[in-house]
Design a binder for this molecule. Sequence first.
Ligand SMILES: Cc1cc2nc3c(=O)[nH]c(=O)nc-3n(C[C@H](O)[C@H](O)[C@H](O)COP(=O)(O)OP(=O)(O)OC[C@H]3O[C@@H](n4cnc5c(N)ncnc54)[C@H](O)[C@@H]3O)c2cc1C
Ligand SMILES: *[C@@H]1O[C@H](CO)[C@@H](O)[C@H](O)[C@H]1NC(C)=O
Ligand SMILES: *[C@@H]1O[C@H](CO)[C@@H](O)[C@H](O)[C@H]1NC(C)=O
Ligand SMILES: *[C@@H]1O[C@H](CO)[C@@H](O)[C@H](O)[C@H]1NC(C)=O
Length: 414
Amino acid sequence: MLRSTSLLSRMAATDQKKNIVIIGGGIIGSTTAYFLSHHEKFDKEVHNITLLEATKIAGGASGKAGGLLALWAYPSCIVPLSYRLHKELADKHGGAERWGYRAVHCGQLDARGRAPSNSKSTSNSNKNSVSLQKRSEKAIGLLRAAGVPKDLDWFAAESISSYDEMGDLSTTAQVHPYQFTTSMASLAEEQGVEIIFGSATSINQKDGAVNSVTYNSKETGESKQIEADTVILTAGPWTRTIWPTAPISALRAHSVTIRPSRPVSAYALFTSIEIPKPVSRRSKTATPEIYARPNNEVYACGEGDTLIPLPSSTDLVQVDQSRCQDIIEQVGSISDELRDGEVTARQACYLPNVSLGGGPMIGETGGKGLLIGAGHTCWGIQNAPGTGKVLSEMVWEGKVKSANLSSLDPRKFM
Ligand SMILES: Cc1cc2nc3c(=O)[nH]c(=O)nc-3n(C[C@H](O)[C@H](O)[C@H](O)COP(=O)(O)OP(=O)(O)OC[C@H]3O[C@@H](n4cnc5c(N)ncnc54)[C@H](O)[C@@H]3O)c2cc1C
Ligand SMILES: *[C@@H]1O[C@H](CO)[C@@H](O)[C@H](O)[C@H]1NC(C)=O
Ligand SMILES: *[C@@H]1O[C@H](CO)[C@@H](O)[C@H](O)[C@H]1NC(C)=O
Ligand SMILES: *[C@@H]1O[C@H](CO)[C@@H](O)[C@H](O)[C@H]1NC(C)=O
């Protein structure tokens, strides 16, 4: 009796054995692997989940983004779920230590940059000047007049023209995106997900249903195949190389990280900086985003460009040093702490842009067993856990329970 029951249940399980292949190990693919493998229906003795990554986990935007999380981000159908999941993941896995999860203040800072020569001499005269006291009193007065919070003290008082709060500790948080993404991939692997390094070249279908994925092995260059009844495409800006009709384009953006000359308070800032002529070759107003991070790091990114089309893989992305230098000079023109700090990274990556507007696209496509989670534009770090969670519900339960994502249905975009 016992024996036959267990045999029956085992047969049922075998019937429903799933071979799931996720294409792309950025934040969306890694978080999807995490939620698929932490779902109660996943049994690693029965089902296979493979995460196929062409180059390196978090080698693209997911490792080089700012990492801002906000309840006021978009689209609103997924933001609250995803914001809450970020907190739950951090609580469960020690995210504060492991990937720098913390609440931050957020605001818009408008400022006038100092020319490099002026800012240098200011700092020199500051250092050995007897009028230091007076200066700083005047400075404090100026900052108060501009509405700058007391602990936001790492910008030159004379350059700030206004500050407007955009979010506080209850609505804004951050993660270190590289650490978060690689942690998600490792936690998925510990749960039984297999990570394979190789570049998918085609998703193969038979009778309208997916049955395998062909890829070139990174190690040997050999073309190989993995059986699959479920394929989830999470290749960010590269989605089109496997699925040419997906309306996802790519936008390059540069960023830098700086170790400031002294520790700075926890603020994520959107800025608008009037740049004096000698600093800027390109524009008069610059709008870098500046995020303080734990462990004495500040991240800053600049505007996008379309000068160099998306290369075939993350390790071939070209970094234009002059664009990084622009960002360094812009942020240095309003902050001594950043100007006198040490630049620790100069990098570039491609943002997945949904060219019809809106996005991301999350869910089933026309083809049986083919799902997509891509086109997260500038909020992919914020919206990754929500995306992974709902994709895992679609796969294991056949429907989404945690949110109403009908407006993100991929079939609306194709
Ligand atoms: C400068 C900048 C700052 C940003 N700041 C923030 C922020 O503060 N907050 C926020 O929420 N979002 C931010 N974003 C947006 C966020 O970075 C992206 O939305 C997110 O990283 C997209 O993740 P993804 O997994 O879809 O794509 P990606 O990170 O690009 O990952 C795609 C992966 O797929 C792999 N791949 C590609 N082709 C194949 C193939 N054929 N086979 C196998 N693997 C393949 C690639 O190697 C890559 O690893 C920022 C973006 C930029 C550019
Ligand atoms: C599932 O994974 C196991 C172990 O990695 C492997 O031996 C087996 O071939 C896989 N099954 C299919 C159908 O891919
Ligand atoms: C990005 O998408 C917007 C629509 O949201 C579109 O107008 C714009 O041209 C796209 N940019 C690039 C570089 O593809
Ligand atoms: C889901 O949201 C759409 C609008 O985006 C709405 O039309 C629909 O009624 C909602 N469905 C449910 C079940 O709430």
